[in-house]
Design a protein around this ligand. Sequence first.
Ligand code: 5GP
Length: 205
Amino acid sequence: MSRGLLIVVSAPSGCGKGTVLEKVKERSPFWYSVSATTRQPREGEKDGVNYFFMTKEQFTELSDKGGFLESAEFVGNFYGTPRAAIEEKLKQGTDVVLEIEVQGAMQVRAKCPEAMLVFILPPSVGELERRLHKRATDGDDVIKKRVARAAEEIPFAMDYDHVIVNDELETAVDELVGLIRSEKDVRRRRRELIEKVLEERGNKV
Ligand code: 5GP
């Protein structure tokens, strides 16, 4: 059984990464890691589905116990990836997606160098702001902070393995599915090659 691919996806909020990932999942199944956060649930968000909603105290307690693979503060709230289950899923050969912001992504890169990091860009920061206003889940103040944060985050796309622009949804989905497939293909072939080279000695990778 070959190991699953750990995929880190970052994008400024309002980039439509949720919709992109939903569509990608239909074509290239993965296990979505539900994060913990101290932010308030938005309308329609469910505990355990969108996030594990926690108080600051609960978050800190879990963090102190080493319960997070990575964690970061984002616009006044804490977010973290629960460590449990990820390694097991990867071992089972299931691909795992972490939808996290840039500081967390860099922590994952340091801890799991085999992860594939993908950054989804909006067509422009102006378009991002329009989308956030249209979504109307946040007040003007929060939108302002999120847009400012987006402008800070976008240059970090340089440190990712791949960058996709979400202008046309279907194109962005095709691109991400293509990236996942080709990365898995490259790794499978590499593994086969290594196993073949080591075969005579009876070793396995
Ligand atoms: P939102 O509040 O819009 O749901 O998320 C705000 C930002 O936090 C987004 O960029 C989202 O990807 C990121 N985020 C969500 N979960 C995590 C996490 O577990 N860790 C980190 N570092 N960022 C996260």
